[in-house]
Design a protein. Sequence first.
Length: 164
Amino acid sequence: MIEVRIADITTLEIDVIVNAANEGLLGGGGVDGAIHRAAGPALSDACRAIGHCPTGSAVLTEAFRLPAKAVIHTVGPIWTGGSAGEAVLLASCYRASFELARAHGFGSIAFPAISTGIYGYPPALAAGIAIDSMQRYTAAFDRIVACCFSAADAELYERRLEEC
Ligand code: AR6
């Protein structure tokens, strides 16, 4: 079951929320900044202890003050026009996050629209990859939330789901 929601991902009561991080795991703006603010400073310490995450991969930390049980930090590709392997890397973010959540026995997971903010990935293209990736894991999870920050993004996800 894929649920499209318009929400601040930091408020969700779910096993895992996914963060759109950077390779240095240093925190930043966008959803990353919101997650770090809501989780508290212990999250930065946990990220610093891990140190690095390559683009397309994912790492897991505790969620500290967040209602979620854990945070998966994945690093989306920076959009540079589409011919630098961005689509493969974005799909890899979703797959790596699902696999990590599954390896830890989590049954519910929420994703923001990875790479579509500061990293500039065109939202419609990213929505297609997100929904296709999520559909591969519907049998393995009780709940998958596509957490959008705007009605326009939610519309893209809903449209893609209807096409499937
Ligand atoms: N809840 C859900 N979605 C959100 C929230 C929120 N609280 N805040 C923003 N979004 P972005 P990226 C949406 O820029 O493009 C950071 O500095 C936002 O509207 O957060 O992967 C990192 O450290 C957009 O749809 O992530 C990296 O350096 C989506 O989340 C870099 O930005 C992703 O936008 C990563 O850039």
